[in-house]
Design a protein around this ligand. Structure first.
Ligand code: G4P
Length: 285
């Protein structure tokens, strides 16, 4: 679901997350492993403040494994705990629990020393729309829960979901906004399918994605579209893909809409393999 964010919505979303933070021990910040920076909320550090956190690189099944390894090292270097997961199939679920225990060990040891009875760790999942929050809650809860509160302004009573004996999750995630004032962030979110196609210009998104692939994954393009060379000019590259796929209108003109749709559909359905659209190097640049 794509949310239209307005300043009022953002303030309210922030308030709701801040309220929920009071109830929990640890935040699971969900990001898209293919774009770990663009799929973060720009004010996340300020909003979470000193609350312990684990960054979960979700959809790792679709991301370039090499890039994901680099991101893990990057987060480690920043002193942030991070884990690659796949909420759809459940890869990494056990590690979420074990890493949470590790992160909170000192706090729980301190409580035990004061005679406080041991209890389950309480956690909140937060992230921008479409990173997989509901999928992760359902996966951890091992049942299909109704999707609730996916719009700013929807308030539901807080409920806890048990994850084994050691973890409890708030059943409604915290939903925050991406950094949409940055055009490149919008293009990356659209390429990975986090933003509905109707919102951004499809051709613009496809041109961005194709240019990126031509630079970073030329061999995949060559293979998928049987191209001998990757033209440096993006329009020429676009035309070459269109011709190979028969996206040509009468009169021999390239059908840019059809080519854009095809290309984005194939990227999102992994026809070009596992891709990451953000690398640690690109961020440092
Ligand atoms: P949200 O609550 O954060 O808004 O996200 P949600 O769980 O609705 O997930 C958004 C989309 O991402 C869903 O696809 C979901 O299946 C997919 N998804 C979530 N986690 C993963 C993952 O780890 N790997 C992969 N490959 N996909 C994931 P959808 O197309 O909207 O629906 P559907 O494909 O489930 O029918």
């Amino acid at each position: 679901m794509t949310i239209q964010w307005f300043p009022g919505h953002m303030a309210k979303a922030r308030r709701q997350v801040t309220e929920k933070l009071k109830l929990i021990d640890i935040v699971f910040e969900l990001v898209d492993a293919r774009i770990p920076v663009s799929s973060r909320n720009p004010m996340i550090d300020e909003i979470i403040s000193s609350k312990p956190r684990i960054v979960l690189l979700n959809k790792a099944d679709m991301a370039d494994p090499k890039a994901t390894q680099q991101w893990l090292a990057y987060f480690k270097g920043q002193g942030i705990h991070a884990l690659p997961i796949d909420a759809k199939t459940g890869t990494g679920m056990k590690q979420i629990v074990s890493m949470s225990k590790e992160v909170l060990k000192e706090k729980f040891d301190r409580l035990a020393a004061r005679g406080v009875k041991p209890r389950a760790i309480r956690a909140l999942i937060i992230g921008i729309p479409n990173v997989g929050k509901s999928t992760l809650i359902n996966r951890l809860a091992k049942k299909n829960m109704a999707k609730t509160g996916d719009r700013p302004g929807v308030t539901t009573a807080q409920q806890w979901v048990k994850v084994g004996k050691e973890l409890e999750l708030l059943d409604t995630p915290g939903i925050l906004w991406p950094k949409f004032e940055d055009e490149l962030v919008g293009l990356k979110l659209a390429t990975t399918g986090a933003i509905k196609d109707a919102i951004l210009n499809l051709q613009e998104v496809a041109f961005y994605a194709l240019g990126f692939l031509g630079e970073k994954y030329p061999h995949r393009l060559k293979e998928r579209y049987a191209l001998e060379e990757i033209p440096e000019d993006r329009v020429e590259l676009f035309d070459a893909v269109a011709k190979k796929r028969g996206c040509i209108m009468s009169g021999g003109w390239v059908d840019y809409d059809k080519t854009s749709e095809l290309l984005l559909r194939e990227i999102r359905s992994e026809k070009l393999g596992r891709l990451s659209f953000e690398t640690t190097e690109s961020i440092q640049q």
